[in-house]
Design a binder for this molecule. Structure first.
Ligand SMILES: [Mg+2]
Length: 419
């Protein structure tokens, strides 16, 4: 008879002993019926795992002084004050997992109540390491809550797993690399020269790529793209995010123009659910198209985009696609079709850390997105992700998410605790 103590204390994973095949493929139902199975009859790995979630709460904290910002018609103009939420999942042995909920343009209270009402009962009393089971159970509640809330719980569960194992999350996922190129991703700026100046500034600081969120007037957008290309020269990597703003004729016109200008990808030119027209557009353009950032549905909704040849890459992040679990599945799905999953920014500092862990664990993502301005994206960490002089961002090295949360700031700005 084996006990966790004989295997060297906590051995949530990796399992410290080789398993016979017959043990390794035991059905998942055994997890749920653990209480009715005598300890001697449990599979080895089941006997190793003995954590329990004892509490889930969300601390709302104020974010002031956000600069006036817009990314297009889909966001409008926002700024001033918002709320983030610090999600804390507490376990019976004292390990806590965290995630941030919310962004500068969407306060955490909007998703927070449904997180507590619909998702807390799903995970409370459960083993935090049973992430796949929790992901599926939370997904079943998706009509009662939001993908952002599911994503936050999933990220916090991964944080716990990393802390249990004493490893950064990207190493649990299977580390592939230690750094990745970043791109500066503009807000909507007042003029073509403003974009040109900003792109040139980032290039001079060593950044390797720049993406434009344009005014979404097709003629003006083409002028912006020309001005930026002229400012940075032919060798610099540029992308355009059409922000779902065009009809087919405009999308084709803008696409042809940036194809000529040697842009690297053409992101979301059409409505997020317009798979039919994406197929038509892709047949007319050579520039790679990046769709599916906000395509409706969850992980399985990517299938028709791939089979219809409607996009060249998949897109998502831990907030809009429901967590690290879902994002990693998406990356592996894309890999089977020799496609990239280009990871979207996460809307808050800790989501970006979670995104970075996923990128470090996959080959098929070219860039880490840094959405501008920093004052509308970075908040709540002691030290945020920074781009080095070579244009790279680097993996977090501490267990779990590995980023130092600014608990003092959160305490000072606390406005409510949902529990
Ligand atoms: Mg985008």
């Amino acid at each position: 008879m084996l006990h966790a103590a004989l295997l060297g204390g906590r051995v949530g994973f990796p399992v410290a002993r080789p398993l016979t095949p017959s043990v390794a493929v035991l059905p998942i139902e055994l997890v749920g019926s653990r209480a009715e199975v005598s300890p001697e009859d449990r599979p080895v790995w089941s006997r190793c795992v003995h954590m329990k979630i004892t509490d889930v709460d969300l601390t709302l904290f104020a974010w002031e002084g956000i600069p006036p910002t817009t990314y297009g018609k889909h966001t409008g103009k926002f700024g001033g004050r918002s709320h983030l939420g610090l999600l804390t999942i507490t376990t019976d042995d004292g390990i806590r997992g965290h995630a941030f909920l919310g962004s500068a343009m969407r306060g955490a209270h909007l998703d927070g109540e449904s997180l507590i009402e619909a998702l807390k009962p799903v995970v409370l009393g459960q083993d935090p390491l049973d992430r796949e089971r929790h992901y599926r159970a939370m997904w079943q509640r998706n009509r009662a809550t939001t993908l952002r809330a599911i994503g936050a719980v999933d990220v916090a569960l991964w944080d716990i797993a990393g802390k249990v194992a004493g490893q950064p999350i990207h190493r649990l996922l299977g580390a592939y690399r230690e750094s990745v190129p970043a791109y500066a991703s503009s807000a909507v700026l007042p003029s073509a020269p403003a974009y040109a100046e900003e792109a040139a500034k980032f290039k001079s600081q060593g950044w390797l790529a720049y993406k434009i969120h344009p005014p979404t007037d097709p003629q003006l957008d083409i002028e912006v793209c020309r001005a930026v290309r002229k400012a940075v020269g032919d060798g610099f990597t540029l992308m355009l995010d059409g922000s779902w703003a065009y009809q087919y004729p405009e999308a084709l016109r803008v696409g042809k123009a940036i194809e000529e200008l040697g842009y690297h990808w053409y992101e979301d030119p059409l409505a997020d659910d317009d798979l039919y027209t994406y197929v038509k557009l892709k047949q007319q353009l050579h520039i790679p198209i990046l769709a599916t950032e906000y395509s409706p549905g969850g992980f399985t909704a990517f299938a028709p985009w791939i089979t219809a040849h409607a996009t060249d890459f998949l897109r998502g992040d831990v907030a809009v696609k429901a967590g690290i679990t879902s994002l990693v599945k998406t990356a592996h799905l894309a890999e089977a079709f020799h496609m990239n999953l280009e990871v979207h920014h996460g809307g808050n500092s800790l989501n970006n850390v979670a995104n970075l862990h996923v990128i470090m664990a996959i080959k098929n993502c070219e860039f880490f997105e840094v959405l501008l301005p920093a004052g509308a994206q970075k908040y709540g960490l002691v030290e945020d992700i920074e781009v080095d002089s070579n244009g790279l961002v680097h993996a977090m090295g501490e267990p779990g998410l590995g980023a130092a949360i600014d608990f003092d700031l959160i305490e000072r700005r606390k406005t409510a605790v949902l529990r």
